[in-house]
Write a protein that binds this ligand. Structure first.
Ligand code: HEC
Length: 125
């Protein structure tokens, strides 16, 4: 019986690690309403051009030219993670930020500016 318990322990541990990782993922935390919000400005060239300016003024200093990241703590925004996140997920995250990890909140931008920069990000994926 004791042997069996010892054998199960590592399995339980790894299962709980996988579950913890899934729940701590950024996009898992997005409320359903935000997750499913469509980008109201999607698809127009004007929006993409406006988003490029928002990016240049507010994001480029960290995420670098073409959103490739700095290869260190400031991630590329042309990643599988971003591609698989919904526009609503990203808009939610821009409002929250993650200051503890160096990402400011962008709730100071207008909502339109957040959707614009997301449109620009989509245009370069
Ligand atoms: C002061 C530096 C800085 C600025 C400016 C900045 N970011 Fe970030 N950003 C970060 C860091 C650092 C992270 C990683 C945070 C983490 O690991 O939790 C991040 C993460 C992100 C993520 C999540 C990436 C992922 O794969 O999960 C997105 C999306 C993002 N930033 C978009 C933007 C946009 C859009 C702007 C401009 C409006 C911006 N950031 C401006 C530093 C910055």
């Amino acid at each position: 019986m004791m042997r069996l318990r010892l054998a199960i322990l590592p399995i339980l541990l790894s299962v709980s690690l996988v579950v913890a990782a899934a729940f701590s993922s950024r996009w898992q935390q997005v409320p359903e309403n935000d997750h499913s919000r469509p980008n109201p400005l999607a698809g127009t060239p004007q929006t993409v051009a406006a988003g490029a300016l928002v990016y240049r003024d507010h994001c480029l200093q960290c995420h670098r030219t073409n959103a490739e990241g700095d290869g260190h703590k400031r991630p590329s925004l042309r990643s599988d993670g971003i591609r698989s996140a919904s526009d609503g997920d990203i808009e939610w995250f821009l409002r929250q930020g993650d200051l503890g990890h160096g990402m400011p909140s962008w709730s100071s931008l207008s909502e339109a500016q957040r959707w614009q920069v997301i449109s620009w990000l989509r245009s370069i994926q």
